[in-house]
Design a protein around this ligand. Sequence first.
Ligand SMILES: *Cc1c(COP(=O)(O)O)cnc(C)c1O
Length: 393
Amino acid sequence: MIDLRRIYLDHAATTPVDREVLLEMLPYFTRFYGNASSLHSDGGVAHEALEKAREKVAEVINAEPDEIIFTSGGTESDNLAIKGIAYKNKDKIKGKGPHIITSSIEHPAVLETCKFLEKEGFKVKYLPVDRDGIVKLDILEKSITKNTFLISIMAANNEIGTIQPVEEIGKIAKDYDIIFHTDAVQTIGKMPMDVKKINVDMLSISGHKIYAPKGVGALYVKRGVTLQPILNGGGHERKLRSGTENIPGIVGLGKACELAKKRMSKDIQHIKNLRDKLIKGILENIEKSYLNGHPEKRLINNAHFRFTAIEGESLIMDLDEKGIAASTGSACSSKKLQPSHVLLAIGLTPVEAHGSLRLTLGRKNTKNEIDYVIETLPKVVNRLREISPLWKK
Ligand SMILES: *Cc1c(COP(=O)(O)O)cnc(C)c1O
């Protein structure tokens, strides 16, 4: 049932396709449907669109167009980056336990890829984070061995919104001559990302987190970095990602990146203002409510709360009934009803973790919507607490 007053506050899970993005894509389904590899002029039109989109994606992170590889999304980009470099390095340091460093709060696309590689003989260090979710740099540096070939640490966390010190990590990686990959799925358009400044070798992007469609993404691979492909076939995308290119999706991703760049300062102002108002309103109006994640070093659109004696899932259901779309931890793990690995890593108990709520804002949210949430959420929390055996006044 769609409520007309629906308030969508789950932009970290996915975003709507921007109208301008959709309009840019449409002709590529029915009119310019050529295969970018074809030699005829229909193929040429598709090829041109592909390269134009590549320029736009490159521009948003200050990369060169030939450093952009189109993929099916953030998950594939993370897999290609990590497995691609791992398989390339396996033989170089055979028998010595090739070593990867990552963090304990990565997205499953990184964590599960690392766990998979552990079964294949790779060694992985999962770095701890502090209470705010920031990776401990001293432990990072101490963890480096002569077999470390990759550091993969996300630019910002999808659950609690904490922004990592990627420039410092990039500097350490460079000092030790180690490849640095960052999952920047959550940061594009929300803060400046400059691959030259960060000193990063690979960077993952996903379309549907930045107002482009689902099922398209990109991996930045710095010139000179060589990967082993994980998909074999016709040799598309510099032989790194075979498969006929998803031209409409890629055109959409290009447009979304162009808009992300063009609108960033406006977005930051609008969204951050609303987010700050939301955080203040909730912390002031609900007793025993806390903010998870770093108070300042956090994504402009992320508000992540914890309420004593509240069960996150009931909260989501009640908010949904009131027309508010929210999330417990991360969308990927919230259906499993297991405490989020991110919340456990920042030191919350499983019970505390269960009482958490993530609200992530987007371009279209309004002040009225946020006022409604500030008015509604305390009522919902109070009602749940009234019937909770855990709540002692
Ligand atoms: C959503 C997300 C992904 C996965 O991207 P998909 O395009 O959905 O595969 C990876 N990393 C982070 C941080 C994400 O938020």
